[in-house]
Design a protein around this ligand. Structure first.
Ligand SMILES: [Fe+2]
Length: 338
């Protein structure tokens, strides 16, 4: 659902079941799950020090850093508890890079019973669609990888959607080159990090382009809602051509031929390259049973390891929460978590 600050228009992308995406699911080998669940791994919060584990993780890392820019893993149902699924997820995530801990290493994304159309709350705390976005609206921080573990899918809806920002960039360059100018210049983004200065001076310092491309690098950082609220708060009109350019982006992202769609089920993990891929989720309806509320566990991974040195001991970047249980920071508002 794309919510614009100007119109409050809500547009729901229609999900498409992609055969290619279905085929891309990678089953987590038993030796990876076993290594993740050893007592030592649980207690120390490190990646299992085992070459087969690291070799497997290196291949996963390549898929994320290069093509296709994401990977969907499946922990086969062995009667694992939620805590065991969290442990396997944590060990794999730690093998890919350093877990960001500014909001806690793991955050449960659930409907909090709020309505973003009636009050100013993050869409992630509702059951509405998030709209396509990349995570983090802070100029000084962009996670390399977003991870999502599904513990419970919704009663209906809640599909995960992905799109490749580099392909989108090439499409705009080919068919709408006039739009690239405004999309490659610094644009204000709203400041939403809890506990930080969120006034106009902070917003003016929080500017960066939607597309950043050099000969050797590419970065896509799109979050239409927070761009529009930033200019609203500053009392400034959007830069000339920006609304048209973002409409082009949204029209591209609304075409199911340009997106990947998957309904994550229990035990499935999605890792995506947050510097290249944007993501969304469709609106969903939860079961009335409290124990069956849609629950995804989100993590942000920095310094993507690729390749991982064989034999390296990859430690968590945090000194806390070695056992991934529940949110590290109950005050955290993951404004753009899916
Ligand atoms: Fe997100």
């Amino acid at each position: 659902m794309i919510r614009t600050a100007q119109s409050k228009t809500l547009v729901s992308p229609q999900p498409r079941v992609s055969q290619s995406t279905l085929a891309a699911v990678v089953h987590v080998p038993m030796h990876i799950a076993d290594a993740s669940l050893t007592q030592e791994t649980r207690e120390t919060g490190v990646t299992p020090f085992a070459e087969p584990f690291l070799d497997w993780a290196k291949n996963i890392s390549k898929q994320i850093s290069k093509k296709p820019g994401f990977v969907c893993l499946k922990i086969d149902d062995e009667g694992y508890t939620n805590q065991e699924l969290r442990c396997v997820y944590a060990a794999i995530a730690r093998s890919l890079g350093s877990l960001n801990h500014r909001y806690g290493e793991f955050f449960d994304v659930k409907d909090r019973g709020l309505d973003h159309t009636k009050e100013s709350v993050p869409v992630s705390k509702t059951r509405a669609s998030t709209g396509f976005h990349t995570d983090s609206s802070a100029a000084d921080y962009c996670p390399d990888v977003v991870g999502l573990l599904c513990l419970q899918q919704a009663h209906s809806g809640g599909e995960s959607l992905l799109a490749d920002g580099e392909t989108l960039h090439d499409w705009i360059a080919l068919y709408h080159p006039e739009a690239l100018s405004v999309l490659t210049r610094p644009l204000y983004r709203d400041v939403i990090t809890p506990g930080t200065n969120r006034d106009c001076s902070a917003i003016r310092k929080n500017a960066f382009p939607i597309f950043s491309r050099t000969e050797n690098s590419f970065q896509f950082r799109y979050m239409r809602f927070w761009i529009e609220t930033a200019y609203q708060k500053l009392g400034e009109p959007l830069p000339q051509g920006l609304r048209h350019a973002m409409n082009l982006i949204d029209s591209y992202l609304l075409d199911p031929n340009n997106t990947y769609c998957r309904m994550l089920t229990r035990g499935e993990i999605l890792f995506l390259n947050n510097r290249r891929m944007c993501h969304s989720r469709t609106a969903f309806i939860d079961s009335p049973k409290q124990s069956q509320k849609r629950t995804l566990v989100r993590t942000w991974i920095d310094d993507l390891q690729e390749p991982i040195d064989s034999g390296a001991l990859i430690k968590s970047s945090t000194k806390s929460s070695t056992t991934p249980n529940s949110p590290g920071n109950p005050d955290f508002d993951p404004a753009l978590a899916s």
